[in-house]
Ligand binder design. Structure first.
Ligand SMILES: Nc1ncnc2c1ncn2[C@@H]1O[C@H](COP(=O)(O)OP(=O)(O)OP(=O)(O)O)[C@@H](O)[C@H]1O
Ligand SMILES: [Mg+2]
Length: 250
């Protein structure tokens, strides 16, 4: 289980999280929505110890992440994989080398097993021939899938996806949605997905939480969020420019 308890985080004078609490149960896919700059990526970075809360606690399987040593954090990051908002592949390495690097760093696997995992994870994301290619040779959508392949190669218990479908065409987005569903249903992975794409949120989410002004404004099932009466959540999910306005006639 993942739990953030009353987390506060500021950068200088900028208060980003102000009492953020959220629990994600085993097997669940929690979608986090919220306006750009509201702190969604900041939330995820706390879960793998890239950021430390000013106050409050962050728990993964009952262990407090901010108290972990560097070595313990490496072990944690083999269980909790992070698919970065911007694919974050190393340009000077092939896709296969990018995937293998994480395995070499975070597992004790031998070379043959690593090769096997690389091949298997590229097949899972439908890029069986991309291993020898460099990131620059891939399209944006393929790079996103390569980033997911690198995450799933670790066979993690948890996957954190930061805007996995942003900037992709509808078909490529659907491929990624399908992949996230397969991870959950076939491999039993527990996930957190940050997205602006409500179609994707409704499809992959078991629950949806909205981050607003540093806290969770509402958390509920897809059905509950779709039928919410909260004006802030409604505005977001309907993509309206302001709270008060109803759609202006064209
Ligand atoms: N390491 C950092 N140092 C200083 N400020 C930061 C840092 N990381 C995030 N911030 C600030 O925290 C706020 C929230 O950033 P975050 O990246 O979490 O937003 P977001 O909700 O993911 O937005 P988007 O939807 O655009 O990706 C922003 O104002 C950002 O500038
Ligand atoms: Mg972000």
């Amino acid at each position: 289980m993942i739990a953030l308890r009353d987390v506060y985080k500021s950068f200088g004078p900028k208060r980003v999280l102000t009492g953020f609490s959220l629990e994600v149960a085993e097997g669940e896919t929690m979608v986090i929505i919220g306006f750009s700059g509201s702190g969604k990526s900041v939330v995820l970075k706390h879960l793998i110890g890239l950021l430390v809360p000013d106050r409050g606690d962050v728990l993964v399987d009952g262990v407090s992440v901010p108290t972990l040593t560097r070595r313990e954090l490496y072990a944690l990051r083999a269980r909790i994989a992070y698919v970065f908002q911007f694919a974050a592949l190393f340009d000077s390495m092939t896709i296969a080398q990018n995937i293998a690097m994480g395995l070499r760093r975070q597992t004790e696997l031998g070379a043959a097993e690593i090769d096997g995992r690389v091949r298997e994870s590229l097949e899972l994301v439908d890029l069986p021939d991309a291993g020898p290619l460099y990131p620059a040779e891939l399209s944006g959508g393929m790079r996103k899938r390569a980033g997911i392949a690198r995450a799933i190669a670790l066979r993690p218990k948890y996957i954190l996806y930061d805007e996995p479908t942003t900037g992709l065409d509808p078909v490529t987005s659907a491929v990624i949605d399908d992949l996230m569903l397969r991870m959950q249903r076939q491999l039993g992975v527990t996930s957190i997905v940050i997205t602006h794409d409500m179609r994707s949120a409704y499809l992959v989410g078991t629950r949806i939480a909205m981050l607003y002004e540093g806290r969770v404004r509402q958390v509920g099932t897809v059905h509950e969020i779709q039928h919410t009466t909260d004006p802030v959540v409604r505005q977001f999910i309907e993509g309206r420019a302001s709270l008060a306005a109803t759609a202006a006639p064209a």
